[in-house]
Design a binder for this molecule. Structure first.
Ligand code: NAD
Length: 299
């Protein structure tokens, strides 16, 4: 039997439909949610991602502030800009599009964003908070996957989850979020020996490796839920995920397509986090002027 499709486009549209009400409620309190977006260099992929984020802001009533830097920007220049955004009450979220050029220390840049505006969830504080299960802003892609899984109505508690990919922005936070939901989680990566031996046990398989065709039919358990985070452009221009969709869908119970699965959810969760940040500031739950995270009182 063919798997049921987990429709990310549909869920993203539904969630975004509710954002308008929250923006209007904020407006009655004199708040316009704002997102600062920093783009360094002219990588075509980064430009497309940033353009999608800015468009999603516009559609949702979030004001976006684009700031572009040349690829040879000095790290201090970036840090100065972020310091200014940290103090700017019109900005509720600050996003630095990754990757950054080699002369810039990515960790130093991400750690310079005040925790209360870290809507990408990449600051060490939010990463650590994820470990103990109380992050302010869950990272957007795994957060989106979590909501997609919820639409299946299947409880992840006790399920065998295999996450293929261990990056800081997708694989690791994904594994932590599912562990928090009491799944039994295995993380695989490029050095994992005999990948299929792990994936075949998965009740839920989340794949974020960036390798087209990595997951084949025989690697998937009958009836598994398969979430394909991968986005790969083939030489013929087609966009595909990491899962061999046409054959795996015959084996799985639920599956996300690429495109139209995880992708639309990532941008949606960024807007969700930005609205949440604006609401926290409006409710006095955020700390302004911003403080370094080690001075933020326990909540
Ligand atoms: P990354 O390159 O930082 O990490 C890839 C991970 O996959 C690494 O841990 C690596 O060890 C592992 N890996 C690579 N080859 C493997 C193999 N053969 N077997 C097992 N593991 C392997 O990538 P990333 O930033 O985590 O992104 C992963 C994919 O997800 C990419 O295709 C990216 O474009 C996509 N992505 C999609 C969204 C979205 O919104 N849908 C968001 C972020 C990333």
């Amino acid at each position: 039997m063919s798997a049921r499709i987990i429709d990310g486009k549909h869920l993203a549209r539904r969630l975004r439909g509710r954002f308008r009400e929250r923006v209007m409620a904020l407006a009655t309190r004199g708040v316009v949610p704002g997102l600062a977006v920093i783009l360094v260099g002219d990588s075509p992929a980064s430009q497309v991602y940033v353009a999608n984020k800015v468009k999603a802001c516009e559609e949702s009533g979030v004001r976006s502030f684009m700031h572009r830097f040349p690829a040879d920007v000095a790290e201090t220049e970036l840090l100065d800009r972020i310091a200014a955004f940290n103090l700017d009450a019109a900005m509720h979220g600050i996003l630095v599009q990754l990757p950054l050029p080699p002369q810039v220390d990515v960790r130093r840049v991400l750690e310079s964003i005040v925790v209360d505006k870290d809507v990408d969830g990449f600051h060490l504080y939010n990463v650590g908070a994820l470990v103990v299960g109380n992050s302010i802003f869950p990272p957007c892609t795994p957060y989106g996957v979590q909501l997609l899984l919820e639409t299946t109505g299947i409880d992840v508690a006790g399920k065998n989850v295999v996450v293929v990919g261990a990056s800081n922005i997708v694989g690791k936070p994904m594994a932590l979020m599912l562990l928090q939901k009491e799944a039994t989680v295995t993380i695989c990566h490029a050095k994992t020996r005999d990948l299929a031996r792990h994936t075949i046990d998965a009740d839920i398989l989340v794949v974020a490796a960036g390798k087209p065709g990595l997951i084949k039919e025989e690697m998937v358990k009958e009836g598994a839920i398969v979430i394909d985070v991968g986005i790969n452009r083939l030489p013929d221009g087609r966009i595909v995920g990491d899962v061999d969709f046409d054959v795996v869908r015959e084996r799985a119970s639920w599956i996300t397509p690429v495109p139209g699965g995880v992708g639309p959810m990532t941008v949606t969760m960024l807007i969700e986090n930005t609205l949440r940040s604006a609401e926290r500031f409006a409710n006095g739950e955020a700390f302004h002027p911003p403080q370094p995270f080690w001075q933020v009182p326990a909540r």
